[in-house]
Design a protein around this ligand. Sequence first.
Ligand SMILES: Nc1ncnc2c1ncn2[C@@H]1O[C@H](COP(=O)(O)OP(=O)(O)OP(=O)(O)O)[C@@H](O)[C@H]1O
Ligand SMILES: [Mg+2]
Length: 447
Amino acid sequence: MKALTPREIVARLDRYIIGQADAKRAIAIAMRNRWRRRQLPPDLREEVAPKNIIMIGPTGVGKTEIARRMAALVGAPFIKVEATKYTEVGYVGRDVESIIRDLTELGVGMVRREAAQAVRPQAAEAAAERLLDILLPTGRWASARPKEEAGDDEQRRASREKLRQKLQAGLLEDRLVEVEVEEKVDLGLIGGPQQEELIGLQTMMERFMPPRRKARRAPVRDAREILIAQEADRLIDHAQVNAEALDRVQNLGVVFIDELDKITGADAKFGPDVSRQGVQRDLLPIVEGCTVGTRYGLVRTDHVLFIGAGAFTQAKPSDLMPELQGRFPIRVELKDLTAEEFVRILSEPDNALVKQQKAMLATEGVQAEFTEDGIRAVAEIAFRVNQRAQNIGARRLYTVMEKVVESVSFDAPDLPERERRVCIDAAFVRERLKSIIEDEDLAKYIL
Ligand SMILES: Nc1ncnc2c1ncn2[C@@H]1O[C@H](COP(=O)(O)OP(=O)(O)OP(=O)(O)O)[C@@H](O)[C@H]1O
Ligand SMILES: [Mg+2]
């Protein structure tokens, strides 16, 4: 875990999320607190509970994005769930624990990828040898031959070296080779509700049923990756990976519970849905701290960070059951984004929409330039449509932008050389959107 200071975390978040300073600060403090906790002596460390957060704000203003980015920043396993999912038919209380199982699954995948990355140089070396074995099938028997064939032996070594050079020079990338791939037995058991008993079954099957082997033909470029993955898998200490993953889930894991506001308030008088109060009761143990069985071992949720989110227009956080309220002591409000912030969202973040569009068109050899007034026009139109139709926050920028570039996007591959520069200015934007803006009903459908 990188020990970023709150200030550093906010600075990193600033590269992706515009505005919402309060939410960024709260998240940054929560993350730093976990690092602080780990510096404490063990007995005190156990006493410090995470300060869970509720993010309150309208749709599309960055609630999920802030939480997700923050988790990625510090290498924390992150899962997002909708609280309302657990009110649906077919779910029973215990299924809420599957959140933790899924989080663990993600954590293991994450640590495994890191471990594979760490051994990649060795894995790549071993994979290169195996590729040579495949390309020169008799090569590996050379040393077992009688002495009189020593000349052959030398010849083989020479041709192996020649081939190695060709491989390294990238001359054989398209050559088809046959590699053996393993298929794990997947009974398709994990994932559905009521799976506690099935975890044991799946784990047992994996242990006792040998993986199915299958030959696959693939060009060298793909075969190499398959072989590297296999070699990495062999080099990784899986017990250690699992232990590390459990540790990371327990101490760094983040569960993002969306639509928390939708499980407050009075229960519906009819319908088969599990009651909202019921879901709150089900959530309580994992938020308060309990132990959940996973296929990698027991996971304690005491120090998992929970972030609740919702619009809270009808309900208030104080409508949650008291125990749950107490477990989410930090509340932050996210504000509606301004047209000015839309301008910045379009152009500033590392993944800004304008940068994305330019890069996408560049793959077709089209140079798109967005002028300042062009970007402003997109932002203002998005802002106005949000006011008149439904307010969907920054997501509106996506729909407006798509419409603006639609025809360029369609024509790009066919444009003659001299038309491969497009200047997207305010006039261009208004022209594309004119008919839609003028017709309010149409705007609702298209933007
Ligand atoms: N403040 C912001 N800065 C940059 N991009 C933003 C911002 N707010 C939203 N976005 C963009 O809009 C998209 C939707 O935002 P996000 O998923 O965070 O919404 P939300 O607040 O979680 O809404 P909902 O309540 O509907 O889940 C993001 O993927 C991001 O690209
Ligand atoms: Mg969201």
